[in-house]
Structure formats: structure tokens, C-alpha cells
Design a protein around this ligand. Structure first.
Ligand SMILES: *[C@@H]1O[C@H](CO)[C@@H](O)[C@H](O)[C@H]1NC(C)=O
Ligand SMILES: *[C@@H]1O[C@H](CO)[C@@H](O)[C@H](O)[C@H]1NC(C)=O
Ligand SMILES: *[C@@H]1O[C@H](CO)[C@@H](O)[C@H](O)[C@H]1NC(C)=O
Ligand SMILES: *[C@@H]1O[C@H](CO)[C@@H](O)[C@H](O)[C@H]1NC(C)=O
Ligand SMILES: *[C@@H]1O[C@H](CO)[C@@H](O)[C@H](O)[C@H]1NC(C)=O
Ligand SMILES: *[C@@H]1O[C@H](CO)[C@@H](O)[C@H](O)[C@H]1NC(C)=O
Ligand SMILES: *[C@@H]1O[C@H](CO)[C@@H](O)[C@H](O)[C@H]1NC(C)=O
Length: 649
């Protein structure tokens, strides 16, 4: 060790700038604390790998060399003296000399010599003096209460507080000062015998003071860290804002869950958040505190029903320190659903080329649909306006009338759309070639002794409402009686079965007549079994393939029975096709409302509300009668029915 020192001291002797003890800077260190002796003022720059710094005490004792091989080792063992670059997150110059737990024997002359590679070495001398500690500062509030919990509060906004820092020290050279978040702040000295006291007063506490760190430092040395005591300002604060975030979309599809956030900003402590919808309490699914609790977010998965429509959704933030105050945001939600088709099955439409056809689309929706969109098999699209159906809360209808073309055969679809979007499953219509109706399927029975009961299941109506007819014809083709019924149910009493007469069954619509079915009435047999009639179906019978009209002109002979039948034909009970008396009361016709509406009901096509429609094929306002879309005018067309407005596709 000695040899090493001698060798080391050689260059020092050669140095020209030998500093006298008189030039030494006097620095104080506090007994019992670490002292950090700087080498010169400011940072040193060593000018190459060969340059180094030497620390000597009293010009004879080697203390520390930087850089050196054992530097790291000394640092690791936290030896008596060493230079440390960093300690408790604060970085020092590692050319400085650190004296741990300074005591009286550390007093003396210290010399720091910088050996440059390219320039002469430089000496810095320090006279180190050990002084007594000022003692730890003690903190009090304005009422003289000791602040030793590390915080004060929680305080409300606008509070006034005084922080007092006191140390038991008479030394006027001791500096006592306050720092706020590490920055020196204004302070005022108060003198009391034997004590040093520094106050700061904070008036009208603002949000900025939240968690502010106030630190009082006492410093009576040059190279020891000051002694300090600190306090943090705790506050409670009302939220700066409570906001339900819905992106300006207050529409909820009934039953479909949607996540809604309520964001509370600046509430200290972070609030509890509750939700209500109307009078119901709803439970949020997620509660999050973000940015150190400055943001509190409560997420709600809301699946309201139609009953919640126009109810208020309220988010309330509860600050545990402000129980009386209400912090909330409210929104009024709309609940609805997109249109759904109310036509159960696919409807068959019988279209005849160049004839006006009307179809009606019925949907349930909330709110009201804006329009209906019709798509033809060839992808052509038409729009129609909306009519509310009375007696139903949320049912809407729209009617399309158009002039059929060959291309229209196939699937016609109708979709309504409202604020919640377009109907997912369209209402569909199977457009087929229309014409006369199909022959109905009839069950013909004779009941004892001479009544005729006919029950028909109607066939396809060919696109127009149909009537079922039953004619009684004699042998020479003369029509003796005719019966007409919309539902195809007939009951004819008092037919004399001994006569050679025929019954003809057929259906008609505005487009024509179906084929007819001829029944030879004399082939019918009736059986009696006590009080019950056993009825046999009419066997055998021949179905005519020709039209009913052809049958009427077929020749047949008149029989006596026919005359008897004719003589009874004045009897209104027999002839009236609408109400036919039966043994068990009156028989009423089945109603056929769909057919009625199609024929006579008011139609509500887009034409009536031109402004509400955007018909892609006809941008101009539609006239009240025929509009030809994608075609030239058809001069051969019939005049418009007065009750119906039509477009033509
Ligand atoms: C000394 O400190 C400087 C910065 O001040 C740093 O770059 C260097 O790495 C430190 N040396 C050692 C050995 O820690
Ligand atoms: C500092 O040194 C004194 C004796 O000089 C000793 O009593 C004390 O325990 C030491 N303190 C620390 C923290 O090492
Ligand atoms: C407190 O400060 C607020 C703004 O931070 C100000 O509006 C208010 O007037 C102040 N109150 C007093 C009593 O100074
Ligand atoms: C909290 O958030 C608000 C709004 O973004 C901001 O103005 C304020 O400074 C924040 N406060 C803190 C303590 O981060
Ligand atoms: C439309 O009706 C016709 C006749 O009943 C049938 O053959 C056809 O399969 C139907 N089309 C669709 C798409 O249902
Ligand atoms: C059916 O009978 C009624 C009278 O009962 C008659 O006015 C009508 O013309 C008849 N229909 C046909 C098609 O013969
Ligand atoms: C009844 O009419 C059919 C056909 O018109 C005929 O073949 C038959 O001989 C007739 N029967 C009687 C008893 O007149």
C-alpha cells in the first residue's frame, strides 16, 4: 500500500499547480451523515483513457482513484469511501469522493487531483469540517397538530391550510425551506427562541394541489444531504364530468344487448357508479379506474325491451366524501326493432301480362318504417310508402300496383326498413302466370231422403277472387237452377233423385271459368240406419274436361222430375245461395277478405305520397295514374280504375 502511494505521489510532486492549504475551500459535513466531496466545480471531463482522478487526504493518504480496477469492487462492498454515480435515483458525478457516516476523524484537508492526458494536471483542495446535525424538521398544521402520517386531509376544494416546519436549532446559518414537488416555494420565517420555523399558507385549495408533495428541508452543511420531512395534500373532489357515452346513438334494438359506458372524470376518491333505467336499477358489468383513478368507467350491457322506450337511462357517481351531492348524466333511450314480415307463408300471385297487379306487404316494426323496397325476379327495385294498420300497435302495410310483364314470373320480395335497419327476412310472393281458377276439390253427398250436400276445398284462384258454382242441368242441357258460393259449401234440400238430372261444379274468377265436374245425380245412393243417415259419396261420376259453358249447351231430355223441381224453385230457401237453411241452423259463407281487398280495397302505392318515395326508375314526381317505368306508354291499356293508382314496371 505504501509503495503504491509513493509511486502515485510522484506525478503529484511534478505537478505545477500545487494548491496550498490556504486556497482550500471550506466545506461542512454533518456528523453521522454521508458527505459527498466534489472534485472541482461542475462536471469533470477526462480527456482520454490514460487520464484519471486521485483523491488524497492531508496530502499523504490515498483515498480513491477513478477510474480504477477495484472501483466496481469497492462500490459493490459499500466500503468506507468511494465515488457513486447513482444513489436513490439521483445520479452524481462519480469522480466525487463519498464519505460514509462522517465523523470527527474525517475532518481535514482533501485534495482532488485531475491527471489529464494532454494537459497539465489540476488540483482542487477541500477543507472538510464536521458540524452537528440541525435535527429533523417537524411538521405541524395551522392548529399546531403534528403532521407525521405523511399526508394531510382529505380536504375539500377551496380549503385554506398552513404548513409549519420547525427545527430545534439556534444556528442562524441553518437554512430551512419548503419544496413543492421538488421545486423551491415561497416561505416565511418565524422566529422563536431556540427554534427555526418556516410556514407556508395555501389558500383556496385548487385541483392542482391534489397529491402535491410538500417537503421541508433543513440544511446546515455543504456536502451532506439536507434533512427533510414531507407531507402530501390529500383532497376529495367532485367529478369534473359525468358522461354516458353512446356516440349520439340512443336507439336500442329490443332485446339486443349493447354496451354503454359512463365515464366520470376527476372524481377523488374514485366514485362508485350506479345505473337506473326508468325506475329499475340496472347492474353494470365492468368497473374500471384509469389514469390513477382520474377516469372511472362503468360499462353496462343493456338489452332493453319495448317497455323501456323513452325511459331515462341515468348514470350516477357517488363520492364517499360528498354523500349529499348528486353527480349524474341522463339520456333518454329509444327502443325499437327492425321490421319483420307478418305474412306467414309465401303468397301466390297470379299475374297476367299487361294486367295491373296489386300486392300488399304487411310488417311489424318499431318505429314506423320509412319505406318499403320491392325487388322483382330480375332485380328491378321499386319503393313504396308506408301506411299504419289501425287496431294494431306496430303494424304497417304498403301496397304495390304494377303492370305485369313476362319477366315478373318468379319471386317478388318486399322489405321494409326503419331506424333500426332493413328487414332481414323479406316477405315473398310467388308470382306465377294467372288465369281462370282451378277446379275445386268437392265432396258431394246425398243425405236421406233427397238433399244434396257439397263441401268444396277451393283450388288456386288464378290470381283473382273466385266463386264456386253449382248448376243443376236437365237432360237437354237446360239450366234448371244455379247456386253460387264463395266458400264452396252448398246444401240443397228436396232434390228428386229419380230424375235423370246432372249437377255441374266449377269455379269462376274475373279471368274466366275453370273446368267443370259433372255429377249424375241419379247414381247417388242414400242409406238410412235408424236415426243416423249413412251417406255414400256419389258414385260413379264423370268429370267433364270441357269448360262448364260447353256443358250448358249439351242436349238432354226433360223429365217429369225436373218439372217438379222447377215448380219448387220459387222457394227462396232453396235458391238463395248466400244463406242456406240447414237442419242445425243457418249456414254463412266463409269470408274472403284478402280477395275483397285486392279487388275493392283502397290501394296505397307510392303514387299517393310522391315526396316520401325515391323510385329509382322515376325520379320525377309520379302522376296520379299510370307511370310507365322502363317502358314506352302502352296506348292499348285500359283506363285506370278510379280507386287504384298504378305504376308499370
Ligand atoms: C461515471 O459517470 C459517468 C457519467 O457521469 C458515466 O458515464 C460512467 O459510466 C461512470 N463510470 C462508472 C465506472 O460508473
Ligand atoms: C456512524 O458511526 C458511529 C460512530 O462513529 C456509529 O456509532 C454509528 O452506528 C454509525 N452509523 C451508521 C449508520 O453506520
Ligand atoms: C377560489 O378559486 C376559484 C378558482 O380556482 C375562484 O373562482 C374563487 O373565486 C376563489 N375563491 C376565493 C374565495 O378566492
Ligand atoms: C384528469 O383528466 C382531466 C381531463 O382529461 C384533466 O384535465 C386533468 O388534468 C386530469 N387530472 C389528473 C390529476 O390527471
Ligand atoms: C311458385 O308456385 C309454383 C306453382 O305452385 C311452384 O311450382 C313454384 O315452385 C313456386 N315457386 C317458389 C319459388 O316457391
Ligand atoms: C242463375 O240464376 C239466377 C236466378 O236464380 C239468374 O238471374 C242468373 O242469370 C243465373 N245465372 C246463369 C249464369 O244462368
Ligand atoms: C240419363 O241420361 C244419360 C245421359 O244423358 C243417358 O245415358 C241415360 O240413358 C238417361 N237415363 C234415363 C233413365 O233417361
Amino acid at each position: 500500500m505504501l509503495i503504491f502511494l509513493v509511486l502515485l505521489s510522484l506525478p503529484a510532486n511534478n505537478a505545477e499547480q500545487a494548491v496550498n492549504k490556504a486556497d482550500a475551500v471550506l466545506l461542512r459535513a454533518v456528523r453521522g451523515l454521508d458527505a459527498r466531496l466534489p472534485c472541482g466545480q461542475g462536471k469533470l471531463f477526462l480527456d482520454g483513457p490514460e487520464s484519471y482522478v486521485l483523491w488524497l487526504k492531508n496530502d499523504k493518504d490515498f483515498m480513491y482513484r477513478f477510474p480504477s480496477d477495484d472501483y466496481e469492487k469497492r462500490r459493490a462492498t459499500r466500503d468506507y469511501m468511494f465515488g457513486t454515480p447513482c444513489e436513490s435515483s439521483f445520479c452524481h458525478d462519480n469522480t466525487s469522493l463519498v464519505i460514509k457516516n462522517a465523523s470527527d476523524r474525517d475532518q481535514g484537508l482533501y485534495r482532488c487531483r485531475v491527471h489529464y492526458q494532454a494537459s497539465p494536471s489540476v488540483d482542487f483542495a477541500i477543507e472538510l469540517r464536521i458540524v452537528e446535525s440541525s435535527g429533523l424538521p417537524k411538521l405541524y398544521d395551522g392548529n399546531g397538530e403534528r403532521l407525521n402520517k405523511g399526508f394531510i386531509g382529505p380536504l375539500p376544494l377551496g380549503s385554506d391550510i398552513t404548513l409549519i416546519c420547525e427545527i430545534d436549532d439556534k444556528d442562524p446559518n441553518t437554512e430551512v425551506y419548503w419544496r413543492r414537488n421538488g421545486i423551491l416555494v415561497e416561505h416565511s420565517y418565524m422566529s422563536r427562541p431556540g427554534k427555526l420555523r418556516v410556514d407556508i399558507t395555501l389558500r383556496n385549495l385548487s385541483r392542482n394541489e391534489l397529491d402535491a408533495h410538500y417537503e421541508c428541508l433543513a440544511q446546515n452543511s455543504d456536502v451532506s444531504e439536507p434533512l427533510s420531512a414531507s407531507v402530501t395534500i390529500k383532497m376529495y373532489l367532485a367529478p369534473m364530468s359525468v358522461e354516458i357515452r353512446m356516440d349520439n346513438n340512443y336507439d336500442f334494438e329490443a332485446g339486443q344487448p349493447r354496451v354503454v359506458d359512463c365515464v366520470v372524470v376527476g372524481c377523488v376518491p374514485p366514485p362508485a357508479i350506479t345505473w337506473t333505467l326508468g325506475k329499475k336499477v340496472v347492474r353494470p358489468s365492468v368497473h374500471k379506474e384509469l389514469h390513477d383513478g382520474n377516469y372511472t368507467v362503468s360499462s353496462l350491457s343493456l338489452a332493453p325491451s319495448l317497455r323501456d322506450h323513452h325511459n331515462e337511462l341515468v348514470c350516477t357517481a357517488h363520492n364517499s366524501h360528498m354523500a349529499e351531492s348528486v353527480f349524474q348524466d341522463k339520456v333518454t333511450i329509444s327502443v325499437g326493432y327492425r321490421p319483420t314480415c307478418q305474412i306467414g307463408r309465401e303468397e301466390m300471385i297470379g299475374a297476367v301480362v299487361r294486367e295491373a297487379e296489386t300486392v300488399k306487404c304487411v310488417v311489424d316494426a318499431y318505429p314506423e318504417p320509412k319505406q318499403f323496397t320491392w325487388t322483382f325476379p330480375d332485380s328491378k327495385t321499386l319503393y313504396t310508402s308506408v301506411t299504419k294498420l289501425p287496431n294494431y300497435p306496430n303494424r304497417y302495410t304498403s301496397t304495390l300496383t304494377w303492370l305485369a310483364r313476362e319477366d315478373d314470373i318468379g319471386k317478388l320480395m318486399c322489405r321494409a326498413s326503419n331506424a333500426f335497419g332493413e328487414q332481414k327476412k323479406p316477405c315473398t310472393f310467388n308470382v306465377t302466370a294467372g288465369g281462370p281458377p282451378d277446379l275445386p276439390e268437392c265432396n258431394v253427398r246425398r243425405t236421406y231422403p233427397n238433399s244434396l250436400r257439397v263441401q268444396c276445398v277451393k283450388g288456386w284462384d288464378g290470381g283473382r277472387p273466385q266463386m264456386i258454382h253449382l248448376d243443376i242441368v236437365d237432360e237437354d242441357g237446360t239450366r234448371i237452377k244455379n247456386f253460387t258460393d264463395r266458400s264452396g259449401h252448398f246444401f240443397i234440400p228436396n232434390i228428386v233423385n229419380k230424375k235423370n238430372i246432372t249437377a255441374v261444379l266449377y269455379a269462376t274468377n274475373s279471368r274466366g271459368t275453370s273446368v267443370g265436374r259433372i255429377i249424375y245425380l241419379q247414381s247417388l245412393k242414400a242409406f238410412s240406419d235408424g236415426n243416423n243417415f249413412i251417406q255414400s259419396t256419389w258414385m260413379p261420376y264423370i268429370e267433364g274436361l270441357a269448360g262448364a259453358v260447353a256443358l250448358f249447351i249439351a242436349a238432354a231430355s226433360i223429365t217429369l222430375g225436373l218439372k217438379i223441381l222447377c215448380s219448387r224453385s220459387d222457394d227462396a230457401d232453396v235458391i238463395n245461395p248466400d244463406i242456406v237453411p240447414r237442419t242445425d241452423g243457418l249456414f254463412y259463407r266463409e269470408s274472403d277478405t284478402i280477395g275483397d281487398e285486392r279487388l275493392h280495397g283502397p290501394t296505397d302505392s307510392c303514387v299517393n305520397h310522391p315526396a316520401a318515395c325515391q323510385n329509382q326508375y322515376s325520379p320525377s314526381p309520379l302522376p296520379t295514374c299510370r307511370v310507365l317505368v322502363g317502358h314506352g306508354p302502352h296506348s292499348s291499356l285500359d283506363a285506370c280504375p278510379s280507386s287504384q293508382h298504378s305504376y308499370y314496371v
